[in-house]
Write a protein that binds this ligand. Sequence first.
Ligand SMILES: [Zn+2]
Length: 471
Amino acid sequence: MKANFYSLGAAEEVTGSRHVIEIDGESYLIDCGTFQGSRAEADRKNREFSIEADRIEGTILTHGHLDHCGLLPLLAKKGYRGNIYATPASRDIASLIMMDSARIQARDAEYLRKQAKKNGEKFDWTPLYTEQDAIAASGQTVGISYNRPMRIGDGITLEFHDAGHILGSAMADITIKRGGQELRILATGDLGRKNKPIIRDPVVPETAPDYIVLESTYGNRLHGKTEDAVEKLAVIAKRAVENRGKIIIPSFAIERTQELVYYFHLLVDDGVIPEIPIYVDSPMATNATTIFQVHPECYDEETNNAFIKHHKNPFGFNSLRFTTSVEESKSLNDLKGPLIIISADGMCEAGRVQHHLIHGIENPNNTILIVGYMAENTLGRRIRNRESEVKIHGMWLKLKAQVEVINAFSAHADYAEAAEWLNALDTSRLKGILMVHGEKKSQAAFRKYLEEQGYGNVEIVKYGKTYELTR
Ligand SMILES: [Zn+2]
């Protein structure tokens, strides 16, 4: 039996995940994510949607991050009327993310139109899709829980396994049965890590795959241990109590924010730190936290033991506040420490976190805690680099606050963790590893590492190139 595989995104790069399995002329799409990066390039790539929507038989969504779900509304807009399979939690997170993306695009269009008018320039940029398209994509999404094999086409079965990456994240285990033969493809989506809070560890599926579509984001990196990170979090919190300082944490709204809330809650519950007011200052994070609350089927045993058994909500406790209005957000500037503000965006390039930084960055009693990736040329990166002065909203401000960095909260497996997962799999049938979702340097290092581990059949997937999968 033969099938074809090709990638229309996340080939030798990390965003815009879009992979296609083609069998007897039927196409199945795995993820349909947005390209992120410099504005003009990302916009061009997102508009080059080189697959005909009416040729897709079914779509599988591995998780709700924008670079995996962000172009599903465009797919719907282009006429795709088929099912989008996702876990129930991914469906909810993706709905939130797609809607947010539609709103941001509408806002951008409005802003750019005004700017162009002011400058007497021609303006013809339109959003990729609207809120209605995002709603349509949500409406086409069919929830399939973990470990519930479902027939999604003629002789084609899909089963989701825990990927341990974010709430609802799944590996797609696809079995194609045709003409008395069986071809098994396991797509990792984004492969998570063991011991992440809230969610379960990545599962090692029992089915022996013929091919693995493997992500490679951290193919050349090792992360620190989560335990050490929590200890550091406690030290920083205690120092804020002593100095009556503020801890400002730039964070994206989904997963990292809920993890931080969870850890602080645990540290308070265990008596390691005193109760400190925590303000989650991002409407998106507030909505995302609601989604976390309604999906206990995704929680791991520790979360169940620490909270659910005692009828406690891991994402809401006495000293936690969700600010929604702009006035409430501004009023945080007048409060005295100790307090913790978790606010978006994660790279400090926009959003409410910038106001908190303007008011807090020049005070040496305050701490700016970096918990996520800071891309080059962002305010977050300049703070991370501890530059002595930074510009926010056109003002030069002295960076006097302490800057702390915790790397261990990563949601992606590092190369050793990914190899450990791979080594635990039944690879008796394995014919090839198709490497996707990684930058060139990281992929080259990862392939070399896997070769040393005895995997001689690793392909670094090239954009648009077709790979034949046989059994
Ligand atoms: Zn992801």
